[in-house]
Write a protein that binds this ligand. Structure first.
Ligand SMILES: Cc1cc2nc3c(=O)[nH]c(=O)nc-3n(C[C@H](O)[C@H](O)[C@H](O)COP(=O)(O)OP(=O)(O)OC[C@H]3O[C@@H](n4cnc5c(N)ncnc54)[C@H](O)[C@@H]3O)c2cc1C
Ligand SMILES: C[S@@+](CC[C@H](N)C(=O)[O-])C[C@H]1O[C@@H](n2cnc3c(N)ncnc32)[C@H](O)[C@@H]1O
Length: 670
């Protein structure tokens, strides 16, 4: 499992590429990325044909998924060929999931240069370039890179990424592309441990395809259960290897299982949801409802008031992140979720599902900061594709269009969104039914594991096999979640008319609060923090606090603040004791404490039991001040848990947001 502790933050290192006859060559490994004779033909022959990809795609039934794993993404030529094959052969209703691992990801400009010659793949490369992840270590999910196909870009060393995926104990992969430079020039990609990881993650009858004919690789693959065969190599290469996993041939002595962490974050019982109840129609409820609906689950969303009427009520909010020069679960989650959210919303604007200026605008945001903070971030995030750029006061002022008194972190891809519009767009799906105005609704579990939604009137308004609680700080009202350490935090925003200098504002400016460019003719600025307060009446004193906070950080806006009484709204956020959100199966508290009792005495003890969970019950809450950032990724994570599908994050982040972490902490800390 990947552990980062509080090591210094480093972006991924870029490869050094030389081009000979248009073929990229790694100076570090002294090897070509693909055959200089004809890379496209080689990749098609060795991987697409060698992995039986097209046949496997064509024979998928609706609802089935083909999972392809690749060691060494490189210039993404293989990936582009997978996209092309899926566009041509992917059956309706089936899915393709690609997990690709790369330690030295190309920059976007290197990718463009390397792919320029592949005219027949120009559409595929344009899609890949557009959604190419930043060089942040970890897993970057790109949902629906093309229709029905999702890619997980793991920016990690191969053995770290495989170890992390192996830690779940699932066999996900149907086809492997082993493409890690010639074994003699890069042994790390072909170790026995790496090939054991490949086998451990493989389904029965998984194919492995590779360009090499190395006898060491052949022996290692055979040792871990692949039936290996040789076939003619491409071009001047005499032979190459292929293999098919035969699970019945794996002997326990030869196939040494990896050491897995205690699976306290993995539910013992999961069943694919067919009919799901979602309690709450805020950002959390809307995102999870949509992800489930897209996976063919019928969803009923049950809302006390109206869509987006709880914490998600303000007219403008910002997709923020919180980087640090040191790793921590909070900083790492915040950046991973930020990247995913930006990609998700960019796609929605591109597709026209969200309207620029009305539902939001990805015109960037500036986070004002001290020189000391900026200096540390500048060295940790120094890369042409970094999600944040450190800019001087002058540059920040020019980006914002108004005078600023400090330098800033600039996030050019982010911006502001209208949370209620986001919820409405997400809930608009044929598989989703929304029932509003139900008053306080509760969930009950029947004897046959069915779930019933009981409205304030006492009537049962919907049933399902699965339920997700997304009622923010009120999640603790449900008996199964009483133990969650949630805190309500009141927040009020203030609406300012767009006048004077404010009219010039071109991108959101954040300090302790935030000021976005106008939506219509109004800027929604905020926000106040009232810990443990749940009242939502509008207060004149809170408007004063917001305006004073703005002027003390951006004094140039003084003349834009009129004398009229400001208006605004208050709502309640939901924070957790460790500031990380909560997404996962709901553990049975009593059984959890008994199952993992030994952790009280030895926190590192390996206990070979998955989390005893309440069948069919999940929770998504604790989004704090960052629901726009975290809800998309958390929903993706939750759906992967429900479907036993590959996770969109590293395991330590999976654990960091698990609701069960609070119970585990109670055991470990006594
Ligand atoms: C003033 C303010 C400013 C903010 N600014 C930002 C920002 O700039 N960027 C950002 O990312 N985030 C911001 N946030 C935070 C963000 O809005 C929240 O993280 C997000 O709205 C939380 O979404 P949620 O779905 O978890 O909760 P909510 O939006 O509160 O949704 C919970 C829903 O559950 C319903 N409900 C509760 N109990 C029941 C029940 N028993 N039965 C039926 N329904 C029930 C509620 O009516 C509500 O609609 C801000 C929040 C506030 C208050
Ligand atoms: C031959 S290239 C892959 C070519 C690629 N499949 C393509 O379509 O362009 C090998 C890749 O393996 C990567 N690599 C090398 N060592 C690695 C390691 N230890 N972990 C992960 N990736 C590694 C290299 O950076 C390089 O991109």
């Amino acid at each position: 499992m990947i552990e980062r502790g509080n090591k210094d933050w480093r972006l991924m290192s870029r490869p050094r590429l030389d081009f000979t006859k248009e073929t990229p060559r790694s100076s570090e490994f002294d090897d070509d990325y693909y055959s200089p004779e004809d890379g496209l033909a080689e990749s098609t022959y060795v991987f697409i044909e060698g992995g039986d990809v097209i046949n496997r795609m064509q024979t998928l039934q609706a609802g089935e998924t083909l999972t392809i794993g690749e060691l060494g993404l490189g210039t993404a030529l293989n990936l582009a060929l997978i996209l092309q094959a899926w566009s041509e052969h992917g059956p309706a209703g089936a899915r393709c999931h690609v997990i690709t691992i790369e330690k030295h990801p190309l920059s976007r400009s290197q990718l463009r240069a390397a792919s320029a010659r592949w005219r027949s793949l120009s559409q595929e490369f344009s899609t890949i370039c557009q959604r190419w992840p930043s060089p942040i270590p970890g897993c970057h999910r790109r949902a629906e890179l093309i229709d029905g196909l999702t890619v997980d870009f793991w920016w990690e060393d191969v053995s770290d990424a495989l170890g992390d995926l192996e830690s779940y104990g699932n066999r996900w992969v149907n086809v492997w592309f082993l493409d890690g430079f010639t074994p003699s020039r890069n042994e790390a990609m072909w170790t026995k441990d790496v090939l054991r990881g490949v086998a451990t993650l493989s389904c029965d009858a998984a194919h492995v395809a590779t360009f090499t004919a190395s006898s060491d690789v052949r022996r290692s693959l055979e040792r871990v259960g692949f039936k290996v065969s040789k076939r003619p190599g491409f071009g001047r290469k005499r032979e190459c290897l292929g293999g098919v996993l035969d699970l019945t041939q794996i002997s326990n002595d030869e196939h040494i299982a990896p050491v897995r962490p205690t699976a306290w974050d993995q539910p013992a019982c999961t069943e694919k949801p067919q009919q799901c109840l979602v309690l709450g129609a805020g950002l959390a409820g809307s995102h999870i409802a949509r992800r489930l609906a897209e996976r063919n689950c019928k969803v009923t969303v049950l809302e006390r008031g109206t869509i987006g009427s709880g914490g998600s009520t303000q007219p403008q909010g910002v997709i923020y992140t919180r980087p640090s020069h040191k790793h921590s679960k909070l900083a790492d989650f915040s950046l991973t979720a930020y990247e995913f959210s930006v990609d998700h919303h960019q796609r929605k604007f591109r597709e026209g599902s969200l309207e620029e200026g009305i539902d939001g605008a990805l015109s960037g945001y500036l986070q004002l900061a001290s020189d000391e903070v900026l200096e540390r971030l500048a060295s940790a995030f120094d890369d042409e594709d970094s999600p944040l750029k450190v800019v001087s006061r002058e540059a920040a002022s020019s980006i914002a269009g108004i005078a600023l008194t400090q330098g800033a972190q600039h996030y050019p891809s982010s911006g502001w969104l209208h949370p209620r519009a986001i919820c409405t767009e997400l809930l608009d799906h044929p598989n989703i039914t929304v029932i509003e105005g139900l008053g306080d609704t509760t969930l009950r579990q029947g004897d046959d594991d069915q779930w019933f939604a009981i409205a304030a009137t006492g009537d049962c308004v919907a049933t399902g096999d699965t339920s997700v609680i997304t009622t923010a700080w009120e999640a603790v009202e449900d008996a199964w979640l009483e133990w969650l350490p949630l805190q309500p935090i009141r927040g009020q925003t203030t609406l300012l008319p767009s006048q004077g200098v404010l009219k010039d504002l071109k991108c959101t400016v954040c300090h302790a609060g935030y000021t976005p460019p106008a939506k219509g003719n109004v800027h929604c600025i905020g926000a106040t923090y009232g810990l443990n307060e749940t009242s939502t009446e509008e207060r004149a004193a809170d408007h004063e606090t917001n305006i004073q906070q703005l002027l003390s950080n951006v004094p140039s806006l003084d003349s834009a603040i009129g004398s009229e009484r400001p208006a605004g709204q208050a709502a309640v956020r939901c924070a957790t004791a460790d500031y990380l959100p909560i997404a996962g199966p709901v553990p049975n508290e009593t059984e959890f404490m008994t199952t993992y009792e030994q952790l009280r005495h030895d926190r590192k003890r390996l206990i070979n039991k998955k989390q005893p969970n309440i069948k069919g019950l999940y929770v998504l809450t604790g989004l704090g001040s960052r629901g726009l950032t975290s809800a998309p990724l958390l929903s993706e994570l939750l759906v992967s848990q429900m479907l036993d599908a590959p996770p969109p994050v590293t395991r330590y982040l999976h654990q960091a947001v698990s609701p069960a972490r609070f119970l585990k902490r109670r055991l470990v800390k006594g």
